[in-house]
Design a protein around this ligand. Structure first.
Ligand SMILES: [Zn+2]
Length: 80
């Protein structure tokens, strides 16, 4: 899965859903407590069509922490 924080910012941000090549508009922040420390955030990108599907996938496992519009995510990342 791509990690938005480690990719070049000029790469187009593409939805993380399998076989989807659409531009992402949403960031799903998640954490797997078995693998990650509590402050750690993994991120998936989602297009409008897959936001709900991917949120549900992570939500069912109890991993989902936050769903943020991409523009807002980038703004808060720039503030850090
Ligand atoms: Zn998609």
């Amino acid at each position: 899965m791509p990690d938005v924080t480690s990719e070049s910012p000029r790469d187009p941000l593409i939805c993380s859903a399998k076989d989807c090549r659409r531009t992402a508009g949403w960031v799903l922040a998640w954490n797997n407590p078995k693998l990650h420390t509590p402050e750690r955030r993994k991120t998936w990108l989602a297009c409008e069509d897959h936001r709900e599907h991917l949120s549900k996938f992570l939500g069912l496992r109890g991993f989902l922490k936050d769903v943020v519009p991409l523009a807002e995510w980038e703004k808060s990342a720039a503030d850090r």
